[in-house]
Design a binder for this molecule. Structure first.
Ligand code: AMP
Length: 609
């Protein structure tokens, strides 16, 4: 029996991944249509949760989510809110996270303390991406090494770099970073063959983005983007938690923030109440506190009164994005709502009041971003050539000049990829080196913007102040990631850096992690072999099953008995994880069916005559 197992090692599929604050998804384009990949039990969402009950074998996804309350000290969620951030950035949300954050001042990184080990948000994200990769491999039956990953449009350079590094640590070649609202518009526009100006209002678990796009003849052009990387559905849960915390303190004298378990449990219950209120007028929040029970009925009206000021924070970015695009709300043909919280009436109402028209809620709020990522992956794979995505930089980029002022080289909403050059000079007599300090942000003073990187250009020929000419080049690639070069035009001396984010990992740190992650790589290899062994076995089983009636007629009883035995053995080992056993049992079954195959061929030849 000859069985051909398809092998496409060189190219392999490119998947689209939505790495979300709350859940992650993976999708692929098949037959021109995006499809979200599901687990064997039909689930498409992979909770972005990692639990370290056993430090060597962290669990990710649904199983980890179950530990959120039961093992709160060892379970990390909403890690996307920490990605590429420094301690200062996180101060406003520190209290709301039940896990412990520590500062690594040397690396400028925030780490998550689990037992006696501290993990960076990049490592945790890599574990989530590894699980996503595994889901894709299970669903597609082949190894997956290339991906497009989405990020909030308003992610800065550090956050984008951190996402790319996480992909690398997970064994994925990240071919493109795509902005979430842009991805959503791709899926929305592709499906409906839409034309016109649209706003994508994307409120996720931890981030808010709004993008204004022009869709015309397959060209998706982002005109402007704004957002807030610390605003999302999580904040709605937190506000209910604060109310409950106060009431619990008053009634029971218990500070829930000091009780990790109760805090986690309360967060879970608050999220459930919020979700319930998207479809019902009332929901009950019940929380077990040792022997006592805290119980509170939330009405939709009460919840909305609390949620409104938080959601109102989306208004200013929307109006600014319209202004940046040079448009009025009335110019828009559609307002598309994306993200889990967009199911809430209050979110829809606020979007309507901002844009003056009823938002379109036709897209699947959870799946549309992953679908768009898959469409972009399909374009990169050389298909769908009639689609073109033109995206922009979300924040201005520049460098520090004398007096701590920001000289902007690339303004926000500039189309990417892009390059900008400017010539600077020295301020001090006979200066032989200049500090190049790169910043991102909209403020005139650099200390109010985000420091991205600094490096020194040396070897400038001594000359009076104002004479040397230093040319600085900023290059932004299609992922929105920055490279900076500086050149002394007199000597030709040049220095160039891929911007090392102030809150990211250096290349050598990544290499070290990759090396120390060899055990995981080994685990991946074993898993890949298991998938391949199962793929070899399945067609053999199917072929025997298909010809079973013929076999009963053609084979002697002892021959039939042997085939049945070998088939049973193979079916049994397929339930397990032992690669060698599956391969051996497949060969045995193959051998036991040689005579059957001969007889079948003989019969079919007879029929042909
Ligand atoms: P996303 O990042 O798009 O997956 O959105 C995750 C956020 O959506 C979390 O804060 C969830 O609690 C929230 N969410 C999911 N479903 C609902 C729902 N039906 N109503 C309100 N919020 C929801």
């Amino acid at each position: 029996m000859l069985i051909q197992i398809e092998s496409n090692k060189k190219t392999g599929p490119i998947v689209g991944i939505d790495l979300g604050t709350t859940n992650s998804l993976v999708a692929i384009v098949e037959g021109g249509k995006p499809r979200v990949l599901k687990s064997s039990d039909g689930k498409s969402l992979i909770p972005s949760v990692v639990s370290f009950a056993d430090e060597k074998q962290p669990v990710v996804g649904l199983e980890a989510k179950r530990n959120k309350v039961a093992d709160a000290q060892h379970t990390v969620f909403s890690v996307k809110r920490l990605l590429g951030c420094g301690f200062e950035d996180l101060k406003p949300i520190l209290e709301s996270l039940p896990y412990t954050l520590v500062q690594d001042p040397e690396a400028g990184l925030v780490k998550i303390q689990i037992g006696d080990r501290a993990y960076t948000a990049i490592e945790i994200s890599a574990l989530i991406l590894r699980e996503v990769k595994k889901r894709a491999e299970e669903a597609l039956g082949c190894s997956v090494t290339r991906a497009v990953i989405t990020v909030p449009a308003y992610f800065n350079d550090s956050q984008r770099q951190a996402t790319r590094t996480a992909g690398r640590l997970a064994g994925l070649d990240v071919l493109r970073i795509v902005n979430e609202p842009t991805a959503a518009s791709l899926a929305y526009g592709l499906d409906k063959k839409r034309q016109g100006l649209i706003a994508v209002y994307d409120l996720g678990g931890g981030t808010f983005d709004v993008s204004i796009l022009k869709l015309q003849d397959g060209i998706f052009e982002v005109l402007a983007t704004r957002g807030d990387t610390q605003l999302g559905g999580d904040d709605l849960d937190q506000t209910m938690v604060r109310v409950a915390a106060q009431e619990i303190l008053q009634s029971f004298g218990l500070d829930i923030y000091a009780e990790v378990h109760i805090h986690s449990s309360l967060l879970e219950s608050a999220e459930s109440v919020k979700i319930a209120l998207s479809t019902q007028a009332e929901a009950v929040l019940e929380l077990k506190l040792d022997t006592r029970i805290y119980r509170r009925v939330w009405t939709q009206a009460e919840f909305e009164a609390l949620a409104r000021p938080i959601l109102e924070r989306t208004r200013e970015p929307c109006l600014s994005a319209l202004k940046d695009a040079g448009l009025q709300a009335s110019d828009l043909s559609d307002v598309v709502l994306v993200g889990g919280p967009s199911r809430l009436k209050i979110v829809q109402e606020i979007a309507r009041s901002i844009f003056g028209k009823a938002p379109n809620t036709s897209v699947h709020p959870d799946e549309v971003v992953a679908e768009g990522a898959a469409i972009q992956a399909d374009i990169l794979a050389g298909n769908n050539q009639d689609l073109l995505l033109l995206d922009v930089v979300p924040l201005s980029l520049g460098l520090e000049t004398y007096g701590g002022l920001m000289a902007t080289l690339i303004h926000r909403n500039t189309r990417i990829p892009t390059v900008a050059r400017e010539v600077f000079t020295t301020f001090v007599e006979n200066q032989t080196g200049v500090d190049i300090h790169v910043f991102q942000g909209e403020r005139d003073r650099v200390d109010e913007n985000r420091s991205l990187a600094r490096f020194k250009l040396r070897g400038i020929q001594p000359a009076p102040a104002g004479i040397p000419r230093v040319e600085v080049t900023f290059l932004i690639d299609a992922d929105g990631i920055l490279q900076v070069a500086a050149k002394d035009l007199k000597t030709g001396q040049e220095q160039s850096v891929e911007v090392r984010p102030s809150h990211g990992l250096t290349d050598s740190e990544v290499e070290k992690m990759l090396a120390s992650g060899l055990e995981n790589v080994k685990a991946d290899e074993i898993y890949k072999n298991l998938v391949e062994a199962r793929n070899k076995a399945e067609p053999v089983i199917r072929a025997v099953e298909k010809n079973w009636d013929q076999a009963k007629l053609l084979l002697a009883p002892d021959e039939l008995e042997e085939v049945r035995d070998k088939l049973d053995i193979l079916r049994q080992v397929m339930q397990g994880q032992k690669v060698e056993a599956i391969l051996d049992a497949t060969s045995d079954l193959n051998r036991s069916t040689v005579r059957l195959a001969e007889l079948l061929i003989r019969d079919s030849l007879k029929e042909m005559r």
